[in-house]
Design a protein around this ligand. Structure first.
Ligand SMILES: *[C@@H]1O[C@H](CO)[C@@H](O)[C@H](O)[C@H]1NC(C)=O
Length: 398
């Protein structure tokens, strides 16, 4: 810190900070460096996102003004190690959205050629399913396991993918040493240190952080957790968001939750919490709606309304954990087709909502889904595309 201050004072002619390869260099709402390091070119992917890609060709100008008409489609640079986009991510980018993502984790997935190839060709963003959760990354106070999370971030960096950080504060998968804290000053410091360490380690490499996850109770109101109990109000969120901002100022900071549906009290509380954070000056940029749902669920037809209400917060909206499970392990062509239609409806709702910038599906193959045996994803157990994949494509094209 002191060194860079001295440099800035003694050498005022130095150029401003340069973004690293694969880092963001422009787009609506972006305030970081717009020049790329040598060997990389700032390339506009869409109005929301320009990225330093490998190569030395003609730089395109990063978008700085909101688009009011159809987006200009820019071809991704294919020099260097940047893979040519042919899959879902390239398609959604061509329609002006920022990414299609998948959850991932573990070197097994990245070392498996089939799995890794799907990440390379279909994904623009990866979310670690478990490895950045508190119990996984800081199981004992001040003692960190970085390996699995590093593997994902390194894969993303070397393949030009964004990363969604998940998650800094959550009542579940939380180690006992945090649950045992009963003092507000201590818990404040612990949240700050955790965010500083984890968001700090991946600074500049995370597109968006789920700073806090599932803080709203299922019936509305505040979920019971060590955080809500010790603070007695929502201001534990202020602590977490401010600490994340300090650790990684250019990452988008999100509040993420599940079952935040059009008709529910839970959505109303969620929206009020976001508005209150904003009115207190807490840095929040995005809302995540997990969207773990079921084939034929009656809420799906209302999904566009949900996204519209979330967009009303003024935040970027991201679908963060999409999967659409069968009612049981048994399958049929009727269920496969209904699932395809449901994916189409949900993806189309995002396409029709300008604030909705990206969609993450919670895994690639049904083989690896957390919803064991209920076929919720786009690829089957043998990594063959299902009708759901076509439904996703149709949703993007709708
Ligand atoms: C909406 O929430 C209900 C529970 O209230 C859940 O069963 C359903 O799957 C959710 N729908 C979506 C699209 O997320």
């Amino acid at each position: 810190m002191k060194v860079s201050v001295l440099l800035a004072i003694s050498a005022p002619m130095l150029v401003s900070a340069q973004q690293s390869l694969w880092g963001q260099c422009g787009g609506i709402g972006y305030t970081g460096p717009t020049n790329c390091v040598a060997g990389a070119v700032c390339t506009t992917q869409n109005a929301y996102y320009a990225q330093c890609v490998s190569g030395s060709g003609q730089a395109t100008t990063a978008a700085t003004t909101p688009r009011t008409t159809a987006p200009v489609t820019t071809t991704r640079t294919t020099t260097g190690s940047q893979p040519a986009g042919t899959g879902l991510d390239a398609l959604i980018k061509s329609k002006g959205k920022k990414y299609v993502g998948f959850s991932a984790d573990g070197s097994g997935q990245f070392n498996d050629a089939t799995h890794a190839n799907i990440f390379r060709t279909e994904a623009g963003c990866l979310t670690p399913e478990n490895s950045m959760k508190w119990d996984a990354i800081e199981p004992n106070q001040g003692s960190f396991n970085w390996g699995t999370a590093d593997t994902l971030v390194n894969f993303a960096q070397s393949n030009g993918k964004l990363v969604r950080g998940h998650t800094l504060l959550w009542h579940s998968q939380l180690p006992q040493w945090v649950k045992n804290i009963n003092n507000k000053a201590t818990l404040t410091t612990v949240i700050q240190n955790h965010a500083a360490a984890v968001a700090g380690r991946y600074k500049g490499k995370i597109y968006a952080w789920d700073v806090a996850n599932e803080v709203v109770a299922d019936g509305g109101g505040m979920r019971s957790s060590v955080f809500s109990q010790v603070f007695g109000d929502w201001t534990f969120l202020d602590v977490a968001f401010k600490a994340a901002k300090a650790a990684d100022p250019n990452a988008k900071l999100c509040l993420n939750d599940y079952n935040i549906n059009f008709t529910g009290a839970k959505l109303n509380t969620f929206i009020q919490v976001v508005k209150d954070l904003k009115s207190r000056g807490v840095p929040i940029d995005c809302v995540g709606t997990q969207t773990h749902t079921g084939v034929g669920d009656s809420s799906i037809a209302n999904y566009k309304n949900t996204l519209t209400m979330l967009a009303g917060t003024g935040c970027e909206v991201q679908i963060t954990e999409l999967d659409i499970a069968f009612p049981s392990t048994s399958s049929s062509s009727a269920l496969l087709n209904q699932q395809s239609n449901d994916y189409r409806t949900i993806v189309a709702a995002c396409m029709g909502t300008s604030a909705c910038t990206g969609i993450t599906v919670w895994g690639v193959s049904d083989k690896n889904s957390w919803i064991t045996g209920r076929h919720p994803l786009l690829w089957d157990e043998n990594f063959q595309k299902k009708p759901a994949y076509t439904g996703f494509v149709n949703g993007i094209n709708s």
